[in-house]
Write a protein that binds this ligand. Sequence first.
Ligand code: BES
Ligand code: ZN
Length: 911
Amino acid sequence: MWKDAQPSATKLAEYRPPDYRITDTELSFEIAEGVTQVTSTLQVERAAESGASEPNELRLDGQDLELLSVEIDGRRLSENEFAVDDDSLTLFDVPARCSLRIVTRIHPEQNTALEGLYRSKSMYCTQCEAQGFRKITYYLDRPDVLSRFTTHIITAAEGYPVTLSNGNLTADERLEDGRRRVTWHDPFPKPSYLFALVAGDLDVIEDVFVTCSGRNVVLKIYSEAHNIDQCHYAMSALKRAMRWDEQAYGREYDLDIFMIVAVEDFNMGAMENKGLNIFNTSCVLAAPDTATDSGYQRVEAVVAHEYFHNWSGNRVTCRDWFQLSLKEGFTVLRDAEFSAAMNSPTVKRIEDVSFLRTFQFPEDGGPLAHPIRPDSYIEISNFYTTTVYEKGAEVVRMIRTLLGDGRFRQGTDLYFDRHDGQAVTTEDFVAAMEDANAVDLGQFRRWYSQAGTPNIEIQQQYADGTLQVTFTQSCPATPGQPEKAPFHLPLAIGLLDSQGRELLGDASGGSSPVRVSTDATVENPNGDGTLVVQLKDPVTTLRFDGLQARPVLSPLRGFSAPVRLQGFSDGDDLRFLAEHDSDGFARWDAIRQLQSRSIHLLREDAPGDEVAGLVALYRRLLDAALGAAVPDTDDAEQKAIYATMLALPGESYLHEQMAEIDVDGVHRSRDALLAKLSATLFDQWLALYHANTTSGPYRPDPTDMARRSLKNVALHFLGMADDESEQVAELIEAQFEEADNLTDRLAALREILELRGLNENRRSALIDSFYDAWKDEKLVVDQWFMIQGARRAPGALARVLELERHPAFDRLNPNRVRALYGGFCGQNLLHFHALDGSGYAFLAERVLDLDDTNPQLAARLLTPLTRWKRLDSQRQGLVRKALQRIGSNEGLSPDVYELVFKSLGTQEGDG
Ligand code: BES
Ligand code: ZN
């Protein structure tokens, strides 16, 4: 059969329900060295409503399979009763109801793409989302086909003592030929993407969780023996997540067993397979010497995220992959709420917004912009994007803000109740929210179909006790969407008087009341000083009467909507908010603007009063942070907020704030500001450092984490102080040698990599000593590769090339590849964007190389080359050249093909 030269697009508008159902799926895996035989027995029923042109024809998905036989109701089909091509098996004459048996062979040992069944070290495991099941057997590999699965795993007597699949263990037998056969049955119908299998020689830790209705659930976490001691934190996180989901969403776990397996080679972070979650080791293992504080938080968040999918994703699943945000956006919100409840809620919000602005905003403003519910894709793996995930979570969060917590919960209750066991759409989710609360989210639905980051332009006029504020919304054009209709969005605002007192809402009690008049809906949901204004029109005006003096507006508390603000930039107001806003997010947001502005002014050699004002603000914040270090006023959350405020924004964050990115200027002036803050406030940084050492054994709790982050922010500023270099080098080396945890050790090593005054032999010796001490801990070695990839001294690319030749570099392991290339291309921006094009050319070569073994990994690594739109014209030319170099190759995977051609703007995605 003739095959398209270009992969073709799948479109939401062309969705059709399946013509057949598969009520029961019985799989038998015979695993042997080099080859696995899969026998699949499917109970198939034609859908009554089927309108297919060939109603007796059944087309099953399948890729890279060796087909051995097909039987219908026990009769083996001859060659002319079916047809096979590269991605399907079509049976020409299928009864309305029958039993279908298909035998295939696969080669997991050769599967370097890590999709379907593959081997990782000594274990076999699966990754089926989104379309990996079709690499295991022929099937209706689409999420709206739900089936009850029974899985038999047959292994040699030796070598694979642990064999797992979804659901409950129902049999463990010895076959006549000596092999072992283990059987699992999952009573909950599920789509194929939630199928999982694991076979290997694994250790396990066990615990029990008693659910809210009093049922016992056995919890097991499996890993290779040498890692099993690092699984306890994940176990405790799992129990916290299970309890939280009962309390916050009324969701109880349903099976009697819940398992997690840690795998070293994994394309993603983790996967929510029913009852058998499979995790990248990086998202489950945690010990003081092998995980940083943020590593611990990541483990807690990912364990929770995958667990939460049991309801938001598994019990209620997606009709088709355009609905991905239905499960991912919602579940990201749920895990964020959980992490906020376990740690500092304000810092969690700050981190999430920082991530959104750094990664999602550029996606939404570039050639790959798409709505959270895309309407077309070539390769679905490419749509696990920050837009679908993080903006998707922001959209659900806005629904929560608009409805209020109680009514949002009524909406989710109705959603879970109404759609349990179904495969549904984002429209069903919004409809449940409306129906539970008798509200109209008609205009709000545009968030699902329109791409782009809206701008909100703010204008303020104050006179005679009256402040008039005008919000004007607009949204830039995105590919395929030249015009946008206005969005419905909540703006959480406050007004402060010169003493920092709240003037609005129920908090305004004391002074004379301020009256608000507007056509928009305004609510005071929490009875505090924050009002939620609902913008719906292009222009919304608010009038505040009864003011005694010009107040300061706090325009976007808690980042209530994923928008950019414009026209809100008065330096005095921002400095005031940075110190006095009652909303911690708003304080951080204000100082971020001030930092960005100072960096841009330094870039233009026009520091003026602005930079002096920032230095003065830092002096006051440092005093305040030092105050927070006094033992009995030690407030973990305030400290953690100070740490986020004092650290300068990263270069990528700064790039995102610019109309045209000045790579060199941002790098130079950011360093200049660091150096200035370092030199001017040296003694305070030093005091802050010493005030925040921790005592006792390492604890990953909010108090100690906050101390470590303040201490290491201080260390970084100290590291920039050229004048005091000897004293500082000693401090850094002492921290490096004496640290009892990875957070502190790695923070010191990062400084060691950059310290200008350090002798090169000494530097190399320290880098080597770190490797020698931790070479058996793969996740630590990943960090070692990453920070070296990110090292800023001249010669970065040459160092990366040398690190590629290091015996520990492994191009088949995604964590290792992401560490080194991510460090260089994602963090080392000055060198990656080198003006000779060497960084781009390097990445292009590596993408091509990896595309042969692991297309998903290759496509993800390509991301930095898709963000060229606001670079200077010379760099734009160089990036395009690198993209064209990739695009000129034949036999590209659809993954890489789609990103390259959409980024070049030569392909709108419809083949
Ligand atoms: N369902 C995804 C895993 C996945 C992603 C499978 C893409 C196949 C393709 C899982 O729930 C997920 O979203 N994992 C995230 C981490 C999470 C905390 C956001 C991941 O793997 O990065
Ligand atoms: Zn997920």
